[in-house]
Design a protein. Structure first.
Length: 141
């Protein structure tokens, strides 16, 4: 019986000498664009910040990886005068190619640790946000 490479089936060498075989020193990379979870942080472990939005105090996540600030639809209707509400919808792209359609935007002042900021909020369906609000890097503009 003729012995041949297990990897490429060549009769000229065996698997340990195969030039096409992946060497152990090479780093394996995922062949697709799926996200791999490295660790999971529960919502209780996140550091939420109390912010004053008008007369209401809400709990917000500070997300330095997000370029926009989000607020749940159920809170936005209680917070902002509907005349200041822009119904222009935007499509936001998240990790993994998923999309969220916003319900509109509004500009509103908020207070964090006695400091006042003016911020454009993107309103999303309540089911798309596990927090009352999420502040992104647009607070720095």
């Amino acid at each position: 019986m003729l012995r041949k490479c297990f990897n490429c089936h060549s009769p000229n060498y065996l698997n340990y000498n195969c030039p096409k075989a992946k060497k152990e020193s090479e780093h394996a990379r995922p062949s697709n664009s799926e996200v791999q979870t490295c660790s999971v942080i529960t919502q209780k472990e996140l550091h939420l910040k109390a912010i004053a939005l008008g007369e209401k105090t809400i709990s917000s996540l500070i997300d330095t990886e997000s370029s926009v600030s989000l607020i749940r639809e159920d809170l936005s209707t209680k917070t902002v005068d509907q005349q200041k509400f822009s119904k222009k919808c935007n499509i936001l792209f998240r990790i993994g190619k998923s999309q969220v359609l916003t319900k509109g935007t509004f500009k509103h002042d908020l207070v964090i640790d006695k400091d006042r900021y003016s911020l454009t909020w993107y309103v999303v369906s309540t089911k798309h946000l596990n927090f009352e609000a999420m502040i992104g890097t647009n607070i720095l503009e």
